[in-house]
Design a binder for this molecule. Structure first.
Ligand SMILES: [Zn+2]
Length: 232
């Protein structure tokens, strides 16, 4: 195998690593977004429970104020009792008082029920806050690990690019042109090692005559199926 061809194989190896590194680096922003979203979501559950408590407290205040209105109304009716002239008016007022008291009682029950609900919601907030805290710790660690790997891969990419830059002048330009041309249509893989009698990239059997030519090692031979540069 001549020296240029060996360099071409090296170039392919560098490019394959570069494809892998670039693929990883391309995915990093969306991975980071997904992690942030998970942290955000766990805090949204807390906010939702807190909103529920706010609504519960408002409802309780409203009902308490209604109860207060009922009490004022009952006092007013009771004062009126001494002023009424007829039995009919008296009975009707007593009826009003009883009805208002009944309404007041059911409102008091509602207040108790809201208070019980508030206890449950407070538990819910506590548990959601704890879970959100745990999620934040877990996902922050995940994020740090990812950013560390990102830095490593960026360094690797820089080294690979430097290596490639140093290698390119050692390869004849017509080989590089061919290599690049094949690369565009072959997902960045221009070379294919021969395994047995097959092109390892497209798995096509290579004709014996082509294999013999390849064994002679004096020219570049392309796979008749996928068009990649064959080598042993
Ligand atoms: Zn092939």
């Amino acid at each position: 195998m001549d020296i240029e061809f060996k360099n071409l194989i090296n170039l392919q190896q560098i490019d394959e690593k570069l494809i892998e590194v670039s693929h990883f680096l391309d995915e990093v922003p969306s991975k980071l977004n997904r992690i942030d979203k998970k942290i955000e979501d766990s805090f949204k559950i807390v906010t939702k429970a807190e909103d529920k408590l706010t609504a519960n407290q408002k409802r309780r205040r409203d009902v308490e104020s209604e109860v207060q209105d009922m009490k004022t109304l009952i006092s007013k009716y009771k004062r009126q009792l001494s002023d009424v002239r007829t039995n009919k008016e008296y009975t009707s007022l007593l009826h009003e008082i009883a009805e208002t008291e009944n309404k007041g009682d059911s409102l008091e029950e509602e207040i108790i029920s809201e208070m019980l609900k508030a206890d449950d919601i407070e538990e819910e907030i506590k548990s959601a806050t704890q879970k959100a805290g745990e999620a934040k710790t877990k996902f922050t660690k995940e994020k740090e690990a990812l950013l560390k790997k990102k830095a490593e891969q960026e360094e690797l990419k820089a080294n690979l690019l430097k290596e490639k830059e140093e290698l390119l002048p050692n390869i004849p330009s017509d080989q590089i042109t061919l290599y690049n041309k094949i690369s565009v249509n072959s997902n960045g893989i221009s070379l294919s090692p021969v395994t047995g009698e097959f092109c390892s990239m497209c798995h096509m059997r290579i004709r014996p005559q082509v294999l013999n030519e390849l064994k002679a090692e004096n020219s570049i031979i392309l796979c008749e199926n996928c068009g990649r540069i064959l080598h042993f």
